[in-house]
Design a protein around this ligand. Structure first.
Ligand code: 3PG
Length: 307
């Protein structure tokens, strides 16, 4: 009987776990749970005899892959798979997948919430601003970026986007003004919402030069990955410009320094909140379980990311 492990430092909502159990056990497989673990040793022990693994942002390193002697498939219940060591998976013939789109709406709603939160000075005293009529730049028009654009349109924002991987016509069809460089996006928009993945090309790519191009009073909202920001560059830009603001879903490594220097111009969540809704947990959790069942039973490799 195939054994499926759900290993989540940040657990799914109960309804999601119940749904995963129904799918896994309904397929005749066994379900094991490792939730809220704090010691890597617990993960290494738990993966020892499993055939399939479901994780969130949990790090599936070469060491984990090595310890998981029977592992055939790992599914990252979510979009970004920078937490999976794909080379280590491929070397062992393990299929790695994500569940694109399943938690996008939760992240998109948080991005909009953060824009308003920052426009109202983090709900502290003093006159804030409205987001209506402001220019919003979507940096990467994937599943989340597309939804942010659609929700922001309802708030009366003017939407711009930069994404070299999406056809210009497809974005224009949705009422988006397409710019042809990342520099143009940052120099045009009052708000920039980041939706790029974290990889070797993008890490620290949002740097002093780019941030300094933003118009007066602009806000950068990061619900992507903190690693894409060059934090030293951001601090330098914020020291030179007292009008800029930054909100990030998971606080920056330099969070304490930033708050000390810039006060309510910066905000960071203590835990990654983007996908923390029951709906997103259910969507991504159930998709993961279904993908595992379809892979083990039918060899279905849709959503494989280590081809
Ligand atoms: C994702 O990449 O899907 C999001 O960042 C959600 O991450 P989480 O499952 O760790 O909350």
């Amino acid at each position: 009987m195939a054994k499926v492990l759900v290993a989540t430092e940040k657990p799914f909502a109960k309804a999601a776990v119940d749904g995963i159990r129904k799918i896994v056990e309904g397929a005749g497989f066994e379900l094991a749970l490792l939730e809220k673990y704090t010691d890597k040793a617990d993960l290494l022990k738990a993966v020892a005899d499993v055939d399939a693994l479901i994780v969130r942002s949990d790090k599936v390193t070469a060491e984990v892959v090595e310890a998981a002697k029977n592992l055939k498939i790992v599914v990252r219940a979510g979009a970004g798979y920078d937490n999976l060591d794909l080379a280590a998976c491929s070397a062992k013939g393990i299929v790695a997948m994500n569940t694109p789109g399943q938690n996008s709406n939760a992240v998109a709603e948080l991005a909009l919430g953060m824009m308003i939160f920052m426009a109202r000075n983090q709900y502290t005293a003093g006159t804030g601003a409205e987001i209506k009529g402001k220019k919003l730049g979507i940096h990467a028009y994937g599943n989340v970026g597309k939804l942010v654009a659609s929700h922001a349109r309802g708030f009366g924002m003017e939407i711009y986007a930069f994404d070299p991987f999406v056809k210009k016509e497809d974005m224009e069809k949705e009422g988006v003004k397409v710019v042809d460089s990342v520099e143009a996006l940052y120099s045009t928009c009052d708000y920039v919402s980041l939706h790029i993945p974290a990889n070797d090309k993008t890490k620290k790519s949002i740097n002093f030069d780019l941030i300094s191009k933003m118009p007066k009073g602009a806000t950068l909202v990061n619900t992507a990955r903190k690693e894409v920001i060059d934090e030293e560059g951001l601090i330098k830009a914020f020291e030179a410009r007292t009008d800029l603001k930054y909100a990030t879903d998971i606080m920056a490594d330099a969070h304490a320094t930033m708050v000390e220097k810039f006060g309510t111009r910066v905000f960071g969540t203590p835990k990654k909140m983007g996908a923390e809704t029951a709906e997103a947990n259910i969507n991504a959790g159930l998709a993961s379980a279904n993908q595992i069942v379809n892979f083990i039973k039918n060899g279905d490799r849709t959503f494989q990311v280590n081809k």
